[in-house]
Design a protein. Structure first.
Ligand SMILES: *[C@@H]1O[C@H](CO)[C@@H](O)[C@H](O)[C@H]1NC(C)=O
Ligand SMILES: *[C@@H]1O[C@H](CO)[C@@H](O)[C@H](O)[C@H]1NC(C)=O
Ligand SMILES: *[C@@H]1O[C@H](CO)[C@@H](O)[C@H](O)[C@H]1NC(C)=O
Ligand SMILES: *[C@@H]1O[C@H](CO)[C@@H](O)[C@H](O)[C@H]1NC(C)=O
Ligand SMILES: *[C@@H]1O[C@H](CO)[C@@H](O)[C@H](O)[C@H]1NC(C)=O
Ligand SMILES: *[C@@H]1O[C@H](CO)[C@@H](O)[C@H](O)[C@H]1NC(C)=O
Ligand SMILES: *[C@@H]1O[C@H](CO)[C@@H](O)[C@H](O)[C@H]1NC(C)=O
Ligand SMILES: *[C@@H]1O[C@H](CO)[C@@H](O)[C@H](O)[C@H]1NC(C)=O
Length: 687
């Protein structure tokens, strides 16, 4: 009898889940709640009690989950319970109107997401598990970027996602005001927004409401009929996931309430910790003090300024740097050569950094000094070992690396100076003289030879990763020379190894790159194909000012090819003076290099042979399958790279930048964003 009692007692204890305590919580700010939240990635609880999921770094993930599992289903009949939650969030983009990506309220079997990707994957899934129903993930996304791959309806939207990032239902972000009239709501305005999510197990309905105030609106913004019983597991974690891409936003949660089988309390936004305003200017008091201070104090300040400067300028040579191959310049030498890196010497914003013109004082040699800032010291250090080998690359169609210098987080690379600048500049930057067909053809053949050397003729294969007109430099004899080889690699070091980093420029990015993130010689060939078309047509691979059907150069050339009117795409600036046979070779080859399937593309050796006329091109550029399945510009990350290339990269020089993205309509086109006005930031807009 006693045994039975004991058994009964054990049964009773086990079958009464300790629910009542655990499945309801309320955080009015997260101060001191470190133990109540499981954080990983970039997420942290700030001193002011605000939970910050991501910061403004690129491609970071942030997760914050309630630490204990919560019973989401009745263990007897397997039916999902009703639940509701309310939380207050704010999304502060890096640039006033440009941020990425979003955050998602998430119910998941785990609170860690190994192998999850940032950017459009929101830190939840990756390319291989997206859409797999064994994920058992329910997410309500508050997304600020329109991703074509996942069929997003627009940039600013709310969606319900089941085991996927393709939303089962989504709507533009909005709310119902006090008069029950619908108002637009910009998720990334930086203002605090409250979201209510409620699952009604009786009616199998998931409802989402939004409001910029403490009052829960009467009307539901997004309602989706679904029985979560088959999607959720019996016990699950609940929390938030968020990520940034090449464009970044900070994602904040100020408060959160959750209630199983009942109505979660709404948050009073006034009682929540407030986001700090713009950074204060601390200069005032300091000036006040020093003005009223004694002479001694002024001397003291002067001395410390001097000391700080001296320390700042010290090169701080580390032992490992001494082994590195090419000539090591001193910082002072380069500073002098570029006249203190003054803006007047700025040649442009090359890939990854600014490029200055310089004159080495002892030899009077003109050089180009590329200054790269890298936040990750580790990444820089790993990259230094590459410099030794990059310095040994020698080919007349490569821009020679002469030496380097490191100063704190800055890496300075010294190259041969190319007086005629980049091919991009020669083609588009209001050149005084239009490059003739012969000149262009010679430049193309040179660049092809340089790339072949990198791929096949050196002791190891070097993948360029960022072939584009801006990285083809033109020397004084109008030879094409590749610049920036190997540099893209710098951006793969130091990043989270489990996430893919796509380096490149939209329009030149092979379609598989955005999926796999793994650059290959074939992805270089793809980019080279875009370059071929660009040079022959005198048009950038993506031309925001073109008619929609001409937006993507490769699509347009392909259309004309099929219509048997291929010569119509040739740059009209030649005034009809070009070698038709060579032009057809270049265009045809450009199409072949742009095949969707990497295997269908020629190798660089073949490209060189075709260009040199050693081998005739195949008669037909067929394989439409290889081409057609591709939808150019389908990936959100590609678009992002494109956008990103405007504020920071260069090869679209300042002038053409303004002229080509001057008005919002064009910008919308590029961004693929349908409604929200999008003004591209200048560097000064960065917060
Ligand atoms: C957070 O955890 C502390 C100690 O672990 C506990 O006393 C407190 O009640 C928890 N707060 C919430 C809101 O769950
Ligand atoms: C953002 O968070 C990541 C991951 O914790 C960190 O490495 C990076 O330094 C942070 N960036 C900034 C700007 O604070
Ligand atoms: C679970 O389902 C059983 C059978 O339908 C029901 O008797 C029980 O009350 C349910 N438990 C909870 C906690 O809802
Ligand atoms: C994708 O994510 C799953 C689950 O997080 C992980 O097991 C898998 O290794 C990841 N795949 C890749 C290619 O990273
Ligand atoms: C879904 O994920 C499970 C477990 O990770 C795996 O066994 C299965 O093959 C995946 N299904 C698909 C279609 O990828
Ligand atoms: C959600 O969408 C996926 C496809 O994206 C579909 O397979 C699934 O059945 C949908 N789920 C519900 C509950 O409608
Ligand atoms: C509701 O409508 C009234 C009358 O049109 C207006 O005065 C009031 O400002 C509106 N309230 C809100 C919250 O828009
Ligand atoms: C290239 O440089 C040469 C010599 O410096 C100059 O004569 C020529 O005009 C330049 N060509 C272009 C297209 O800038």
């Amino acid at each position: 009898m006693a045994e039975r009692l004991l058994l009964f007692w054990i049964f009773f204890v086990l079958s009464t889940p300790a629910r009542s305590q655990l499945d309801e919580f309320f955080f009015n700010g997260f101060k001191g709640a470190d133990s109540n939240m499981s954080l990983n990635g970039a997420s942290e609880i700030q001193d002011n009690g605000i939970l910050r999921l991501t910061n403004e770094s690129q491609r970071v993930l942030g997760h914050a989950f309630y630490p204990r599992r919560i019973q989401f289903k009745n263990s007897t009949n397997g039916k999902a319970f009703s639940f509701s939650t309310a939380f207050a969030f704010a999304i502060v983009p890096q640039y006033a109107t440009l941020g990425g990506h979003g955050l998602a309220f998430t119910i998941s079997p785990t609170k860690e997401f190994p192998g999850a990707l940032p950017s459009n994957y929101l830190g939840l899934l990756n390319a291989s598990d997206v859409g797999n129903f064994s994920n058992h993930i329910l997410a309500v996304e508050f997304d600020t970027v329109q991703d074509f791959e996942f069929g997003d309806i627009k940039d600013n939207h709310v969606g319900i996602d089941i085991d996927s990032l393709v939303s089962n239902k989504s709507v533009p972000a909005a709310y119902f005001d006090g008069n029950n009239s619908k108002q637009d709501l910009n998720l990334q305005s930086g203002q605090v927004i409250q979201a209510w999510i409620k699952y009604d197990a009786q009616n199998n309905r998931l409802d989402v409401k939004l409001s910029p105030s403490s009052v829960k609106p009467r009307y539901t913004l997004l309602s989706f009929e679904v029985d979560l019983s088959s999607i959720l597991q019996e016990s699950m974690y609940v929390g938030f996931s968020s990520s940034t891409g090449l464009l970044a936003s900070s994602h904040y949660i100020m408060g959160w309430s959750f209630q199983m089988n009942g109505e979660a309390k709404s948050l009073n936004l006034d009682k929540l910790p407030a986001l700090p305003g713009p950074k204060e200017n601390h200069l005032g008091p300091i000036i006040g003090v020093s003005v009223s201070g004694s002479l001694l104090m002024i001397l003291g300040i002067g001395l410390s300024v001097y000391l700080v400067r001296k320390i700042k300028n010290a090169d701080g040579v580390e032992v490992w740097e001494l082994d590195v191959g090419p000539h090591r310049f001193s910082y002072q030498e380069l500073k002098k050569a570029t006249r203190g890196f003054r803006d007047k010497e700025l040649l442009g914003f090359g890939g990854f950094g600014r490029v200055y013109k310089g004159t080495l004082s002892n030899s009077n040699t003109q050089v180009a000094v590329k200054r790269i800032s890298h936040e990750s010291k580790q990444g820089l250090r790993e990259f230094m070992s590459e410099i030794a080998s990059i310095g040994r690359l020698r080919h007349r169609n490569l821009v020679q690396l002469l030496g380097w210098c490191r100063r704190r987080g800055d890496l300075l690379l010294v190259y041969d100076f190319m007086p005629n600048g980049s091919l991009d500049k020669c083609l588009f930057d209001d050149p005084e003289t239009i490059l003739s067909w012969e000149q262009r053809f010679k430049i193309i053949k040179g660049a092809a030879a340089g790339l072949l050397y990198l791929h096949e003729e050196w002791e190891q294969t070097v993948i360029h990763r960022d072939i584009k007109a801006g990285n083809v430099l033109v020397d004084s004899e109008l030879n094409g020379r590749l610049g920036d080889f190997g540099l893209a690699k710098l951006y793969e070091h130091g990043s989270n190894p489990s996430t893919t980093t796509v380096v490149g420029t939209l329009g030149y990015l092979a379609p598989e790159l955005t999926r796999t993130g793994k650059p290959t010689t074939s992805s270089d060939v793809y980019a080279f194909g875009a370059l071929l078309l660009e040079v022959a047509c005198g048009r950038r691979p993506i031309e925001p000012k073109a008619l929609p059907e001409e937006l993507f150069l490769v699509d347009w050339v392909w259309e004309k090819w099929r219509a048997g009117a291929i010569l119509e795409v040739v740059d009209p600036r030649f005034g009809g003076e070009f070698n038709e046979h060579e032009a057809v070779v270049v265009l045809k080859l450009g199409l072949m290099c742009s095949y969707n399937s990497p295997k269908a593309r020629p190798t660089m050796r073949q490209v060189v042979r075709y260009l040199e006329g050693e081998v005739p091109l195949p008669e037909a550029v067929e394989a439409p399958d290889a081409y057609d399945e591709k939808k150019v510009g389908a990936g959100g990350s590609e678009l992002e790279d494109y956008l990103h290339s405007y504020p920071t990269s260069s090869n679209y020089e300042k002038v053409s930048m303004q002229s080509s993205v001057g008005d919002d309509k064009d910008a919308d086109l590029e961004a693929g964003r349908s409604t929200s006005p999008l003004s591209l930031p200048s560097r000064g807009d960065a917060r």
